[in-house]
Each structure stands twice: as C-alpha cells, then as structure tokens.
Design a protein around this ligand. Structure first.
Ligand SMILES: Nc1ncnc2c1ncn2[C@@H]1O[C@H](COP(=O)(O)OP(=O)(O)OP(=O)(O)O)[C@@H](O)[C@H]1O
Ligand SMILES: [Mg+2]
Length: 1020
C-alpha cells in the first residue's frame, strides 16, 4: 500500500498516481521523525471485565472485533490512523501520515460517529449475543513527535487524551481545551470539572461534547471589504462579458488560505442586480465527495423536468443525485450538467460558484472544464476559488482557454491591513505597539488578522501568538507537500526567512533536483526569489514568516541542532564577506547548543559548540557597544555570558555587558552585573579581574547611589593600582583610569580628569580596547569644555577633526555647548539635536536623556527659558525613570533654574531640594548649584540672610575646583542675591569677579549678561 503524501489516501502498491487526488506518488519516503500538532482520540469499552465474565471468550473476541472494526472504519473515513489496540482501547491519530488543517474537527467527528455507530452495533450485539457495549471517548490536540519506529505519536497529548477518556462517563465524549479552541463554533460543548494529571501542576480543562457541526468552522465574512478594487473590477468585467456576449467564462480566484477569496466573491455576488446564483463547495474529504459540489448546485437549479431536457441527460443527473437505478459515465454526467446549466441560462444569466476547488476530485475538475470548453450561447460565469495547490494537481487548469481568467489575490497592503484592524475593532482601543505587531505578523493576510484579534479578545493579556487555527492551516500546507519539497523548505527555514540555495544544498547533500524543487515551491506560493546576500549564490524568501516558522517547527529538535551546526559550518566558509557574520554564526551555533542542552546531557563537543557561539556573540556584542548600539549590545552580550566560557571567567566581557546595560538605561542591572563579576572573578582566583570588576562596580554605583563618593572611588583606585601595575594589565588599568576620571569629574577638577582620561586612552590603546579609548576621548573634550581652557581653544581642537563627532560619543554635544557659549545658538541646537537623534536611533537611552538635558542647557544660555524647561523636563523624567541619579541630580537643579526664571518659585525650590537629596556629597557641581538656586528663591521671598549664607556657601564649595564657568555662575548668583537684598555695591563687586572669570573662559554670552547686570546696577 502506498500512502499519498499530498492527501493521505491509500493507493495500490503499484500505483504511480494517487487515485484520490491525482498527485504523483513518490516512492515511500523513509520514515523520519517529525514534530507536529495532531489530534489524538482514545476510545475504550467500559465494564469489559464484566463482559468477559458474561460471554464465552470466543464470543467476546467476536464482539470486540466488531467494535474495533466500527471504530477503525469511522477513524479512517475521517482520514485518521488507528495506532493500536491496547486491551479494549483504540487510539487514533489525526495528522498522521499527513496533517490536515481540520484534523481537530475530523477527530471530533470520528468520535461522534463511533458513538452513533455503536448504537447500531448494539442492536446487533443484543440480537446476536444478548449483550451491549458502552464506550467512553477522549479527544485532544497537541504537539507530538511522529515517525519514530516505536509508535505513531509520542507526546503529552497522548497522555491527556487517554486521561480524558478515563474520566468520561459511559457514552460520553470529553474534549481537551486545545481541540475546543480550534473548533470554536463548530462544536457545542459544556465545561466539566478540570482533570488533574499525575506529574502536571495545572489542572487540564475538559469539555463534554454536546453537538458537532458537519461543516468546517464558519468564517465571519461580515467585515466590510477593504481593498480588492482591481479584482472586483476584473470580476465585474467578466460578468459583463458573459451577459452581453451570452458566453461562458471560467473565472478562477486563486490565493493562499485566508487571503480573502471567499470574501471577494461574496462582495461580487452582493453587487449583482440580475442573474441566478448557484453555489457548491468542494469538501476536503469524505464519502461521495466527487460530485458533492455538483449536487449542491443541482439542488439550487430548477427541476430538470421544467427544461424539457433529453431523457439521457435526466438519467445522468438522477445518478448524480443518488438515484441508485440510474447509472451514467463521468462524460455523460459532465455533458448533462452542462445541458442543464445552459438550459437554465437561457432565461437568465447564471453565476455558478465553486469554492475550495483545490479539494475537488479530478472528475469534478474535468466537469468544470468541460462546461467551460463546450458550452455555447449561454451566459454562464463559472466562478472558482482555489488555493495554489490546485496547480500542483492540475498544472494546466484553465490553461489555453480564451474564455478563462485567473487572478491571484495578493496580501493586503499595510494600510489596508490597518483599515481592516480598525474595522474589526469597531472603535475599541488597541495599543499602537500591539497593532503594529499584528500588522507585522499577519503580513497582509486578513484571516490571520481576524484570528489574532480574536485571540486578543479572548485573552487580552496574552502575548500575540500564532493562533492555533492558523498554525494548523500552515502546518497542513507544509505537511502535505511532496516530502522532497518539504525537506527543502525545512532546510531553508534553518537559515531564516531568507535562505540561500547553496546552504540548502549543503544541508541536503542528497537532493539532486534542488532547482526544480524550488521552482515548485515558488509556484506553490510558499517562497519567492530574493536578493542573495552571499555573492555567487541565489536566495529565496518565505512568502510569510509564519510559513517559515511552521516548516521549522516540524523539525525535531535533534535535527534542528544538527542543521544549525551544519549551517554555521557552511556560513563560515561562504559568508566571510557578511558584515554581521559574527551575529549570524553566533546565533546558529547558539541555537544548536541550546537544543542540545534542552535535550539532555551535554557532551564535551557540545560544550565546545557553546563556547564557539559565545565567542562569536561576544565579538558582535563588543562591536555593537563600540558603535554605541547599546540595545543590540545588551542583547548579544547577555547571550554571550550565558554560554559556556570554555575557561576562566571573561571579566572584560561581563564588564562590557555592564557598560551596555548602563547605556541602555538599566543602571541598576549594570551595577549588579559588575558586582557579580567581581565575586565570580574572586571565586575563580582571578585577582586582577576581581579588582577591575570591583572598581567598575563602584564607578557605576556612583551614578545610582549618592553614598558612593568620589573620594571613595579615588581611594579604591589608589589601593588597586600598584597591584594592577605589577600585573601590567592594561585592560584593568583602563578600568581604573576610567573610575578615576569619573571621580575627578564629579569633583569638578577638570585638569585632573583630563590627565586621567589621557591615562585611560593610553591603557585602552595598549589593551586594544577602542571603546574605552573613545570614552577617554569623550571626557578629554568634556574636561576642556568645563575646565579652564578658553572656549575658543577648545573649539579649535574640536573643529580640527569634525569627522570624529561621529566616532566619539558626546563630542558633538560638547561642541554644541561651546558654540552656545559663543552665542552661535542655531548651530548649537542643530548639532545637539543631531546627536540626540543618533542616540535615539541606537536605543541608547542614557545618551538620549543626557542629550535632552543638554539641549535644555543650551537654551539656558540662549535665554529661552521655556524651551530650556521643556527639554530639561523630558531628560530628567527619562533619567528618573531609569533610576539614574548622578546626572539627574545636576540636571534637575538646571530645570529648577529655568522654572525660577519663569517665575515658578515653588517648583524651582522643589527642584533644588531634589538635587540636594539625591546629589552625592562630593558631586561638586550639584552641591554648588542647588545652593545657588535655593538662595535665589529665598532672596525672592525676602529671606535675605539665609539666602546670602547659602550663596556664599556655594561659592566656597566651588573654590577648590577648576570649573571656571560654574564657579563664576556661583559668584554671579551671589551677586544676584545681594542685589535682591538691597546691597548693590557688594553685588557689583561680585558681578565684576564673575565677569572676569567668564571673560577668561571666553564665554561671550555670560560675559555680556554679567556686563548688562553691572550696567543695570550702576543705573539703579
Ligand atoms: N478584503 C477583505 N476585507 C475585509 N475582510 C476580508 C477581506 N478578505 C478577507 N477578509 C476576511 O478574512 C477572512 C478570510 O477570508 P476568506 O475566508 O475569504 O479567505 P479564503 O481566501 O477564502 O480562504 P480559504 O482558502 O481558507 O477558503 C474572512 O473572515 C473574511 O471576511
Ligand atoms: Mg474560502
């Protein structure tokens, strides 16, 4: 017996073509393991022990044989496979040998049929043996492994089905949750007490079957149609021609499942103002399906009697309609159906609709073509809907006919999809991100959109997953492919949505006809040619990501692991030109490793595989971090550290992760990673690593924890340095220099910070760490900007190499700040905004927040206080949300200054207090500026003594620093406070000191402002 791979029908051993569907019968492919979602049915006789006592063993055997036969018949009629008889139990699997999209429905129908058939059997048993049987049934759906030698299906679903069966009352059918979810309206059910299963924590939901529809679960088809104008026009034109020319036209609407064929046709039918519409549908399986659609149509046409049809034709039609007396050949039947349609069309044009023609038997397809070819002088529109599989079975469908049109329905566009989502939501709100995800995943398939939204409605809090109905649809499509084509698809799926022919060949070395297979897959609308990313190779792309996933999901994990590893091998050889080679290789090696880890004990070669994966990901992560792409860096570095290192702990890798986390706006996680690394290094006896990680942890902590002071950082650096120098470990020394640099920066000792930055650069260069090197160069520029270096000198340095702005983070921002000091605000804003965008695009949250604050600082200089407030507010909120405090403590006071200038003293005061609370004791700029701000607020409120005291305190805090401009700011604010206290002479003195400092720094804007204040005081 040969099983057809396309439809699952059984054929004679010698058959070359399938009797049921006409597909070429391939040589029986070797059984291979596969993962699939199947529906499992368990049926058992209750009270069989009692029966055994009652009946003679021979009679018992015969009774049970009758029952088995009944069950087997029902199962096979619905395309299931009987697995085995365990005692009195029957186990059947729907989805073996091939998956159908309606396996769940088939399983439930078979269950209902077994129950019905048993009633009939019982009458016979009663008569023949004086006994009856009662049975109980359990049906559920789930993922299993098939194709193993031992049994048909292995997996949880099998146990659950058995358990459901045991829990059922005699005569009852219990369904599992997954089956009910798939069938929805097609079954009537009542929930029963959930079952507890050994070894399962959660109870398993169970439902009693009350009724089952014979039709497939209905589609809604009620949403207003979106798009499809062109197709409707073509259909309308064809109809027009049929009517005016009184001719027959065969119109085929072709398209993948759910793309909207039935909906389109419904739209046309709704718009017709005349004509008789008759419709039939092909069924996926079942007895007497050949003429099923024809019978439906015949029943909708007027009685043949009324047309004075030839008696031969009437006889043929009767035979189709089930009159056992009448017999007719297929040719006669086709001829008779044509005659009848022609007769009906004589009085009124006819639209004869056939849906799901891809399931049609060859004889039926012949009939349709016969009508199209031979009908004369009769306005008949033959309107067929089919999935592309039709062309597999009937490559020449409608070919060569002048009176035939075929349109392929393409997916909806993104806008159309959006319109459909809106419509289906009917005004209900949906999160923008969620909508985007649905739009993306559905890729223009309206059915997918509907199902995903439906799923969301049923369980609003769940992730948008692939709905089980869609999964079944796609899995069936792939499972029913010719095994060789399926193999190609599966191998392609390992590479991803787009795959290279060379890779598939490498993964399937025995496949001799790859090009032909790919052509077939293109014709089946599963893949399409795509641009190859590897020179000299060809590429294809899955039409839909979900198809790729379905193909991939059917592979056993063992095979996935092997294929990922083999693919990595192929890519190492052929993909050397790829920019993201490390990312891609890392991914595939990682997948191979993960599957092996999930499957069981890891061998040493598996561990080596994991290490290789980790190295690649680490490489890629370091590179992403170096270009400040912190999102990607975190993602890759986190995966890299999770893989076996193959040796001692890689401290620098962990510290890179910490750094990436910091940039990505997760400072607490960053500190945590650094701290754990220090501990792990210590446990591993890596003293240098322990010191470096400890320093980095303290450094990072200083930005989230005000109790970690700069003094402490400096002390730690001083303590660690001799040991690090003894080891001459430049990577660790760079970490130390960086901590030191931060500390001096906090202390507003910019010359010293610059020295530390220079040390950082030197160590980083020697360690080959470009990321640390650029960090050093950033801070060198910062130190020039805020330290004693005159503004123009600093600008000259920066402008000498403007291209470095793209390489060194924050450099453009420093330049913007300097330009603002010179009064060149437009240039400053443009530069600042550009860099903001750069960080934004990279997902560098910390950088983005800092840049927003700095744009506010630029507006401060420009005197646009409202703009300053707005930018600072945005930046501070972002810093606050990520738990950052080091930058926030300073910027929140700047925000307060803007509020102060805008006249909101209360809010300004609150900002000053916040800066005071979260600012580290030795974060000098914060310590100065909150005092300045509070002093001014107090002065406005008339509390002059306290105001002056605080303002003086701010000045003395700034005194030991070389932060020329900030120090000048403190003096200027003291002057303001004195002026408000009515002490103009003292105020003028202070303004003069501030002015001198501003001039030494070359800050044109603040110099001018100080001078104006002096003049105003003089005038007073
Ligand atoms: N253009 C459209 N506008 C609005 N809704 C649509 C559109 N196309 C399809 N739909 C909806 O999407 C669902 C699937 O469409 P339909 O049943 O027509 O697909 P199909 O191509 O006939 O699929 P199958 O091959 O499974 O029969 C239906 O509920 C239908 O109402
Ligand atoms: Mg349809």
């Amino acid at each position: 017996m040969t099983v057809c791979a396309a439809c699952g029908a059984e054929n004679r051993e010698a058959a070359r073509f399938c009797d049921a569907c006409g597909a070429t019968l391939a040589e029986a492919p070797p059984v291979r393991e596969q993962r699939k979602t199947v529906t499992v049915l368990f049926c058992d006789v209750t009270g069989s022990t009692a029966l055994g006592e009652q009946l003679d063993p021979e009679s018992l055997r015969r009774v049970l044989a009758r029952y088995f036969e009944t069950a087997r018949d029902a199962v096979e009629r619905h395309g299931g496979t009987v697995e085995k008889f365990i005692g009195d139990a029957v186990m059947a699997v729907f989805g073996v040998p091939v998956v159908h999209e309606d396996d769940a429905l088939r399983g439930v129908r078979a269950a209902a049929e077994i129950r019905d058939a048993l009633e009939r059997l019982n009458t016979e048993l009663e008569r023949d043996f004086g006994t009856t049987l009662s049975i109980r049934i359990g049906v559920t759906t789930g993922e299993v492994v098939t194709g193993t030698v031992e049994r048909l299906a292995t997996g949880d679903a099998v146990n659950v089905a058995a358990r459901l069966e045991q829990a059922a009352e005699p005569g009852e059918i219990l369904l599992g949750g997954e089956t009910v979810r798939l069938l929805r309206d097609a079954v009537g059910v009542e929930a029963v007490e959930p079952l507890t299963l050994r070894g399962k924590r959660a109870a398993v939901p169970a439902f009693r079957l009350v009724s089952v529809d014979t039709a497939s679960p209905p589609r809604r088809l009620d949403a207003k149609i979106v798009g499809r104008e062109r197709e409707l026009r073509l259909l309308g034109d064809a109809w027009e021609r049929v009517r005016t020319e009184r001719s027959c036209h065969l119109f085929t609407v072709m398209g993948t499942a759910g793309v909207g064929k039935s909906r389109l046709v419904l739209e046309l039918l709704g718009s017709l103002s005349e004509g008789r519409v008759v419709r039939g549908r092909c069924l996926p399986y079942g007895e007497g399906i050949t003429y099923w659609p024809v019978v439906e149509v015949l029943k909708q046409l007027p009685d043949p009697e009324s047309f004075s049809l030839d008696s031969r034709a009437r006889g043929a039609l009767d035979s189709v309609l089930g009159d056992e007396q009448a017999t007719a050949s297929t040719d006669e039947i086709a001829w008779a159906v044509r005659k009848l349609l022609e007769a009906a069309a004589a009085s009124e044009p006819v639209v004869c609709v056939f849906d799901d023609v891809h399931w049609g038997e060859q004889t039926f397809l012949d009939l349709v073509e016969h009508v199209a070819d031979l009908s004369r002088d009769a306005p008949i529109l033959l309107l067929c809907m089919a999935r592309p599989d039709l062309l597999d079975r009937r490559p020449g469908w409608a070919g060569g006919k002048l009176n035939a049109t075929t349109v392929l329905l393409e997916p909806l566009s993104a806008q159309e999809t959006d319109a459909l989502i809106d419509q289906l939501l009917g005004g209900a709100d949906v999160d923008e991100e969620l909508r985007a995800r649905i739009r993306e995943r559905a890729e223009g398939n309206p059915l997918f959109v509907e199902e995903m939204l439906g799923m969301l409605r049923d369980s609003p809090n769940e992730q948008i997953d692939v709905p089980p109905t869609i999964q079944a649809l796609l899995a069936a499509r792939i499972d029913q492919l010719d095994p060789a084509e399926r193999g190609v698809l599966e191998r392609g799926s390992v590479e991803g949505r787009t795959f290279h022919v060379g890779a598939v060949q490498a993964l399937a070395p025995d496949e001799a006809e790859l090009p032909a297979r790919l052509t077939a897959l293109v014709r089946k609308e599963l893949v399409r040619p795509d641009r190859a990313r590897i020179a000299g190779d060809d590429a294809f792309r899955f039409r839909h990501l979900l198809i790729r996933d379905a193909a991939y999901d059917s592979l056993p994990k063992t095979t996935r692991a092997e294929l990922h590893e083999q693919f990595a091998g192929w890519l190492e050889e052929h993909g050397t030109e790829l920019v993201e080679l490390d990312e891609i290789l890392g991914y595939h090696l990682e997948q191979a490793y993960r599957y092996r880890a999930a499957l069981g004990p890891l061998s040493t070669s598996d561990l080596r595989l994991g290490t290789r994966a980790g190295r690649r990901l680490a490489e890629a992560g370091h590179r992403a971090l170096a270009r400040n792409d912190t999102g990607a860096a975190v993602q890759m570095l986190e995966r890299a550290v999770a893989l076996p290192s193959g040796g001692p702990i890689d401290v620098q890798l962990h510290l890179a992760l910490a750094s990436a986390l910091m940039g990505a706006g997760r400072p607490l996680d960053a500190v945590d990673v650094a701290r754990r690394t220090a501990v792990a290094a210590r446990d591993a006896g890596d003293r240098v690593g322990e010191l470096a990680a400890g320093l980095e942890a303290a450094n990072l902590a200083s930005s989230v924890d005000p109790t970690v002071t700069a003094e402490e950082l400096l002390a730690r650096v001083a303590a660690a340095r001799p040991e690090l120098e003894a080891h001459a470990d430049d990577a660790a020394l760079a970490v130390a220099a960086r901590a030191e640099m931060w500390a001096w920066n906090a202390l507003a000792q910019y010359s010293r910070a610059a020295d530390a930055a220079a040390r950082l650069i030197a160590h980083a260069r020697r360690a080959g760490d470009t990321r640390q090197e650029t960090a050093g160069r950033t801070w060198l520029a910062v130190a020039e900007c805020y330290g004693p270096t005159p503004v123009l000198d600093a600008l000259r340095t920066l402008e000498a190499e403007p291209e470095l702005d793209r390489v060194i983070p924050y450099r453009a921002n420093v330049r913007a700040t300097i330009l603002a000091a010179l009064g060149r605000f437009d240039e400053a804003r443009a530069l600042g905004q550009e860099e903001w965008r750069r960080f934004d695009e990279l997902g560098h949250k910390l950088g983005r927040a800092i840049l927003a604050c700095n744009l506010g600082a630029i507006e401060r200089l420009a005197g646009d206080w409202e703009a300053a407030r707005a930018s600072l507010q945005v930046g501070c909120d972002e810093l606050d949300a990520m738990g950052e405090q080091g930058f926030l403590s300073t910027f929140v006071v700047y925000l307060g200054q803007a509020l102060y200038e805008l006249g909101d003293l209360d809010e300004a005061h609150a900002c000053a207090l916040k800066g005071r609370t979260i600012g580290a004791a030795d974060d000098i700029i914060t310590q100065m500026s909150w005092r300045q701000l509070q002093a001014k607020v107090l002065a406005r409120r008339g509390e002059h003594d306290e105001a002056i005291r605080l303002a003086r305190e701010a000045v003395s805090v700034g005194e030991p620093t070389d932060a020329v401009e900030s120090y000048a700011d403190a003096i200027r604010d003291l002057a303001e406070v004195l002026a408000l206290a009515g002490r103009p002479a003292e105020a003028a003195d202070e303004f003069r000191s501030a002015l001198a400092l501003y001039e030494s720094k070359g800050n044109v804007v603040l110099s001018l402002r100080a001078r104006q204040r002096l003049e105003a005081l003089g005038a007073a």
